[in-house]
Design a protein. Structure first.
Lengths: 177, 314
């Protein structure tokens, strides 16, 4: 069961990275694409908790860091998504395993977008990457957050439903009394 | 809901051990394990960043990039072929319709400009100043390629992936162009894919020559989504004019940029504050958000650019 879950999570992340880099960029709004990988990481974190969030975030971010056309220092998205995933997992714990409401999911996505984009930009600044432009940060964050919520409406229920199907029986009992 | 996020471990652990246990926090062991995972992951990230930060040739992350490109190159390629529905969807947006119309107009303008460019200023100047022997755009060997991945604005970098790699003779520091002008240069290659740094990236600088006056200068990216460029002339007294066209002046050995490729047109000129000279804003001929088929210059002309006079010049 655990192997199946890990395999599914890896599959989700790979699909997300592929679609994000080659399909979603064609419907970018002002250059900003939907962070599908982040959404999948948040979905995994919401269904499995902070450890899963952090590790899935690390794996997904690492893919974003090394899959072309990435040309920045590897590890930046990994760090950003790992922390965003961890926080999303904590939010799930806060609501004690019961399904997080739609508003909660939307807020989590916005928070995750803000946290990950900020960490990505901040690490770029620390590494003296000349391409980081804080003047554009606010606008791009706003667009990205809105876009991610739209993407999350489709993706998060799907991922959480599939992950729920492969949940161990004892956890299912605890969640659904 | 978020109140516990910022508080340190001890509180939630303590609470859960107390008489009103928070359902959320889990047992202290859970909390400890969770923290350990977070710390390990963050350490792994920092290790990666430190290992890769120097961008030297021997970065241990390179094999990882190679492997990722090997797996995701074909995936991206497939996804790009399957994006027809997405394209249709995109076309429904009114904004996109407007852009499309504008693009049509620009394309037509560009064609006109390019034709004008090849026939008038550049050819005339070259012909006059360089004993009428240079051809405008020497016949370089080109390898066609398709864009299969585009960097998003969230990464701040303007890069695209193309589906040609070392197997097709594409190597780093090769010029990439399309029908309308200069796209960028190859910065990273693998077996089947290559990463192209667009001229609009802040890390990109191209030597550019003003068509009208033949003055030399440098075109650098601004990192904006539209790909707007800055142009600074070497000669501080020379002044670009609005409407002037800029072409590459080429690097030694034709790498990374071959000469004579149209870059863009000057849209405004501002005097530099506190120093001589002026900076021009350049609108690139190539719309960075609409790149699809590109050509990589994989070979120089038979001889450096002065073979015949039978070009389109006349």
């Amino acid at each position: 069961m655990i192997a199946l879950r890990i395999g599914l999570a890896a599959l989700f992340l790979m699909i997300a990275v592929t679609v994000q880099t080659s399909v979603l960029t064609n419907i970018a709004v002002a250059g900003v694409t939907c962070d599908l990988t982040l959404i999948v990481v948040i979905a995994l974190a919401l269904s499995r908790g902070p450890e899963w969030g952090a590790i899935a975030g690390f794996a997904g971010g690492l893919l974003l860091d090394v899959v072309p056309p990435a040309d920045h220092t590897a590890g930046r998205w990994a760090l950003s998504l790992a922390i965003a995933g961890y926080i999303a997992g904590l939010i799930r714990r806060e609501t004690s395993g019961s399904p997080v409401g739609p508003l909660g999911v939307a807020l989590t996505v916005v928070l995750g977008t803000a946290v990950s984009f900020f960490i990505y930009s901040a690490t770029g600044s620390l590494l003296h990457d000349p391409s980081v432009d804080w003047g554009e940060f606010g606008v791009r964050l706003g667009i990205a957050a809105g876009y991610d919520v739209v993407g999350a409406i489709v993706v998060i229920p799907l991922v959480m439903w599939i992950m729920g199907r492969v949940q161990p029986a004892r956890e299912r009992r605890r969640v659904a009394p | 809901m978020l109140k516990d996020l910022g508080t340190p471990t001890t509180r939630s652990a303590f609470r859960s051990a107390g008489e009103t246990p928070l359902r959320s926090a889990g047992t202290p062991r859970d909390v400890r394990r969770r923290r350990t995972v977070l710390v390990l992951v963050i350490l792994a990230c920092f290790t990666l960043i430190v290992l890769d930060a120097r961008r030297s040739a021997g970065s241990p992350v390179e094999p990882l990039r190679e492997a990722a490109a090997g797996v995701f190159g074909p995936l991206e390629s497939t996804a790009t072929s399957a994006r027809q529905p997405v394209d249709n969807l995109r076309d429904r947006f009114a904004e996109m319709d407007r852009l499309k119309a504008e693009n049509e107009k620009l394309k037509k303008d560009n064609e006109d400009l390019t034709r004008e460019l090849t026939t008038s200023d550049y050819a005339r100047n070259r012909a006059q100043e360089l004993d009428k022997l240079l051809k405008v755009a020497p016949a370089f060997t080109m390898t066609p390629a398709r864009v299969i991945g585009i960097g998003s604005a969230q990464t701040f970098s303007h890069t695209v992936t193309i589906d040609a790699g070392t197997a097709d003779g594409v190597h780093t520091d090769m010029t990439v162009l399309n029908g309308t002008g200069l796209v960028g240069r190859v910065v990273r290659t693998t077996q089947g894919t290559a990463t192209v740094l667009l001229i609009g990236d802040r890390n990109s600088t191209v030597g550019g020559r003003l068509n009208a006056s033949m003055a030399l200068g440098f075109v650098s990216g601004r990192g904006e989504v539209g790909g707007t460029l800055d142009y600074k002339l070497i000669d501080p007294k020379a002044r670009p004019k609005v409407g002037d066209r800029i072409v590459t002046w080429g690097s030694s050995g034709n790498a990374p940029y071959v000469p004579g490729v149209p870059i863009g047109v000057v849209t405004s000129v501002t005097a530099n504050e506190g120093s001589l000279g002026s900076t021009a804003t350049v609108k690139p001929y190539v719309d960075p958000t609409r790149i699809d088929t590109v050509g990589v210059v994989t070979g120089p002309p038979a001889r450096p650019p002065r073979p015949q006079i039978t070009g389109k010049g006349n």
